[in-house]
Design a protein around this ligand. Structure first.
Ligand SMILES: Cc1ncc(COP(=O)(O)O)c(C=O)c1O
Length: 389
């Protein structure tokens, strides 16, 4: 069990991120958690073991990561999964047919696909609403509602939901609240401190930070909830391998340093885009005139390096010209790595959302998403300047 490391709970973020889950290896003193590449563990006699029976259920490298995840999100328990969607999948498996989930109408396309194409077939009912106004969430609750799923900031339109207000509604109605904290990361936002029951991450993104691992995470405070989710983790088996856990532990150690730079570069790129004569709208939650700026400011420590924009000529053709003309921003799915990426949500990350649905919720065919990396900001500006023309 990955209990919160009490010694770190009063420390500042930088100290937490570097030391979370780190205990010198008892057999050698190795300062870095070894990669325990094993599927099973020898027992002295039946059921006489050292707490490790079979690696789907327990692995020491994964245990160190899970402890680290709990520490960085100010939670008691962490669980690591083979991908972000596997972590989401585990949360939905807490539910039964007939149960209702209130989700956002602007969120990662893969989450929408998992909900609408997989779990809807098993009788779980999903309602997609605009969660930027917490009252919409209250209105959508019925006696069958069991879970509120919030992504904030949203991918790709950077809408913000008020976690505190929605947590209050979830508690009043005895409904679970899970927050996908992938875009903000624990550096910028800690949903458990704001009243959420579960935090979910695609660790593939900023937590890993180097575009070399697919992984997911759940963090929670409630011991019963942890037992239920651990039961699902071991029963369904979507666990990450030990090498991937090692990479995520390594990523966490520099998360604060990387995020600081992502925020700094993000601010520069957002303002550059906004002032460009050929750019239409820029979606970034750090602008003071962003419709949810006050909420963002009250629950986030800074605004990050994710943003989207349209060109004044808001067409897929015009967007494609920019998407294929950058040299530093690589055209690729994913986000949150040290290198800058550029993406076309309509045909890439959000292609699984029906076009009418997408357009209705503000995601146009010409929308361009950027994940601003931590290269030199001046070089990044030059790259976009040349590509936009
Ligand atoms: C906000 C968000 N949540 C969840 C996921 C899914 O994570 P993974 O790709 O690690 O399965 C992604 C992936 O892009 C994402 O951006």
């Amino acid at each position: 069990m990955s209990e919160h490391n009490q010694d770190l709970s009063n420390m500042k973020q930088a100290t937490k991120f570097i030391n979370a889950g780190a205990h010198p290896d008892p057999s050698t003193g190795a300062i870095m958690t070894p990669i325990y590449q094993t599927s099973t563990y020898v027992q002295a006699a039946p059921a006489q073991h050292k707490g490790y029976e079979y690696a789907r259920s327990q692995n020491p490298t994964r245990k160190a990561l899970e402890e680290a995840l709990a520490v960085i999100e100010n939670g008691k328990y962490g669980l690591a999964f083979g991908s972000g969607v596997a972590a989401t999948d585990a949360v939905i498996k807490l539910l039964s047919p007939g149960d209702e989930v209130i989700a956002g109408n602007d969120m990662y396309g893969g989450t929408y696909r998992l909900f609408s194409k997989v779990f809807a077939r098993f009788g779980i009912v999903f309602k997609y609403i605009n969660q930027s106004d917490a009252e919409n969430v209250r209105k959508a609750i019925t006696p069958n509602t069991k879970l509120i799923w919030v992504e904030t900031p949203t991918n790709p339109l950077m809408n913000i939901s008020d976690i505190r207000a929605i947590a209050k509604i979830s508690k009043e109605n005895k409904v679970l609240l899970c927050v996908d904290n992938t875009f903000a990361t624990p550096y910028l936002q800690n949903p458990l401190d704001l009243g959420a029951d579960i935090v979910m991450h695609s660790s593939t993104k900023y937590i890993g930070g180097h575009s070399d691992v697919i992984q997911g995470a759940l963090i929670m405070n409630d011991a019963d909830l942890r037992e239920q989710l651990y039961f699902i983790q071991k029963s369904c088996g979507a666990v990450p391998g030990p090498f991937d856990c090692f990479l995520a532990i390594r990523g966490i150690k520099t998360l604060h340093v990387r995020m600081k730079q992502h925020c700094e570069n993000g601010k520069i790129i957002a303002h550059f885009l906004r002032n460009h004569p050929k750019v239409g709208k820029v979606y970034w939650c750090g602008f003071e005139d962003h419709p949810h700026y006050d909420v963002a400011k009250s629950q986030m420590r800074d605004f990050g390096g994710m943003m989207s924009f349209t060109l004044k000529e808001d067409t897929a053709e015009a967007a494609t010209k920019v998407l294929t003309a950058t040299r530093l921003f690589s055209l690729a799915e994913s986000l949150g790595g040290v290198e800058s990426l550029i993406n076309h949500p309509a045909s890439m990350t959000h292609a699984s959302i029906p076009r009418e649905e997408r357009i209705k919720n503000g995601l146009s065919d010409g929308l361009i998403r950027v994940s601003v990396g931590i290269e030199d900001a001046g070089d990044l500006v030059e790259d976009l300047k040349r590509a936009i023309g």
